[in-house]
Design a protein around this ligand. Structure first.
Ligand SMILES: Nc1nc2c(c(=O)[nH]1)N[C@H]1C(S)=C(S)[C@@H](COP(=O)(O)OP(=O)(O)OC[C@H]3O[C@@H](n4cnc5c(N)ncnc54)[C@H](O)[C@@H]3O)O[C@H]1N2
Ligand code: MOO
Length: 427
């Protein structure tokens, strides 16, 4: 189980107190409750490193050897022994041999000589400096050098990057390109990763049609399905796409039960508000599920269910496409990461300055699609929003650079105020 104290770096959204039943709960409390339900899946598999990209490390990996593995040359040049450079230069040394990357380099350097050496080649015993070839001049079978190199110059020493036994990648880290470089450099050919989490999802709504098919009057094209397909297209997720289900309680219940038998996490969109066709809360309860969170003090995304059905966690996202996107991004993704055992997945946040003035009613924290503008003299970027009524504004979402976070108690934003911003992409 993930305890509440394990919530990494929560959003600061104001209102930290526990909710009264029926009231809106803060984003922090909703996240904490969701994470408390989301213990990491138990299964672990051992995979060759080349099949483990993007997977979640189940056990910490320690370096078996130091890095670099042995003293080696940082330059193409000549390895020498400094004691051979008597008096003041220039000095002339005969070249007694050659060592390239991949050679054993175990023969000691004969006294009074230089050794031709290339980048990455082991520095043989007795050598205590490498002179880059541009600092030498060939004179027959000799090299001439005019400057005395510093001790250890151009030698990369064994263990200077990492000592043997050091933890190199902690459990819970996603094996991204940087971790892969380190694991490979340390010779780790196989890693223990958590099994992929199974996430089943379906959209609810009798109005929904697949994009590319003709619409009858009143129908719309389903977009939430494609948002979730994209958001769940992750190496540590096995996504189970169950399509769209009309607003019919029997069919919704059947789909929900089927999903809960297959998945660790069931995600639905729509049908969770108070309308006559919003069946999901009743369907969940009828199927034996329980609801832990029902309404969250965030905008967009006030209706949001976090619950359980059988062994699966249940997440009911609101139907409005931007609301579904924001609630997934802010809460759903974090719960999925916790299930997957991922500990470093929290969204990156940057500080921006408001490029606008606004008076607002406090009470819900906002996550608004926003665009980044120019930098000020301190390297902070201005941020612009079009409106706070965003739940159906998919074009605004697509044009945004990220989500601007406005804490719940804020009643006024003035141009230049510092705010948190969750960028969609690196950079
Ligand atoms: N009387 C109240 N009405 C509403 C409230 C409320 O508190 N009292 N909350 C509003 C808010 S805020 C939201 S958000 C929505 C959430 O409602 P549901 O989760 O029940 O969603 P639906 O009613 O099923 O759909 C809402 C909206 O989104 C469109 N939709 C649904 N699914 C999709 C999809 N897969 N692709 C594209 N568009 C979708 C749907 O057609 C509706 O327009 O409730 C408000 N009402
Ligand atoms: O929460 Mo709704 O998502 O504000 O439109």
């Amino acid at each position: 189980m993930t305890s509440s104290s394990a919530l990494p770096d929560p959003f600061y959204c104001g209102c930290e107190t526990e909710p009264e039943p029926g009231k809106l709960v803060s984003v922090d409390v909703a996240l904490r409750q969701g994470l408390a339900l989301a213990g990491p899946v138990a299964g672990v598999e051992r995979l060759p490193l080349d099949q483990a990209h993007g997977r979640v490390l189940a056990e910490a990996v320690r370096a078996q050897s130091p890095l670099p593995l042995f003293d080696n040359s940082a330059m193409d040049g000549y390895a020498i022994r400094l004691a051979d450079l008597a008096g003041t230069g220039p000095w002339r040394l005969p070249v007694s041999g050659r060592v390239a990357a991949g050679d054993a380099g175990s023969e000691p350097l004969p006294a009074g000589t230089a050794l031709r050496i290339f980048t990455g080649a082991p520095v043989p015993p007795g050598c205590d400096a490498v002179v880059m070839q541009e600092a030498t001049r060939p004179e027959g079978n000799m090299i001439r050098l005019d400057r005395r190199p510093a001790p250890g110059e151009s030698i990369r020493h064994a263990g200077e990057d990492l000592a043997a036994g050091t933890e190199i990648v902690p459990a819970g880290r996603c094996i991204g390109p940087r971790a892969a470089v380190l694991l490979a450099s340390a010779g780790c050919g196989e890693v223990a990763v958590r099994r992929r989490i199974r996430v089943a999802f379906f959209s609810t709504g009798s109005e929904l049609c697949a994009p590319g098919t003709p619409l009858a009057p009143g129908q719309i094209w389903n977009s939430n399905r494609y948002h979730l397909q994209g958001s769940l297209d992750l190496p540590w997720v096995e996504a189970i796409d169950m399509g769209a289900i009309p607003d019919q309680p029997d069919r919704l219940r059947e789909a929900l039960e089927q999903a809960s038998r297959k998945a660790d996490l069931v995600v639905t969109t729509g049908g969770i508000s108070v309308g006559d066709e919003d069946h999901m809360p009743a369907v969940l309860r009828a199927a034996g599920g329980v609801i832990h969170v029902m309404k969250v003090a965030m905008k967009p995304g006030k209706p949001l269910i976090i619950g359980r059905i059988s062994a699966a966690l249940y997440l009911g996202l609101p139907g409005n496409p931007v609301s579904a996107f924001v609630t997934w991004h802010v809460i759903g993704a974090r719960i999925a990461e916790a299930l997957a055992g991922l500990t470093d997945g929290a969204p990156r946040r940057i500080i921006v300055r408001a490029g606008f003035d606004r008076v607002r009613s406090p009470g819900r924290c906002e996550f608004l699609p926003a665009r980044l503008g120019s930098y000020d003299g301190h390297g902070t970027r201005a941020v612009e929003i079009a409106t706070s009524e965003v739940s159906h504004r998919v074009a605004l979402l697509a044009q945004a650079d990220g989500l601007l976070l406005i804490p719940s108690e804020t009643d006024r934003i003035q141009r230049g105020d510092m705010l948190e911003f969750l960028p969609f992409h690196e950079g």
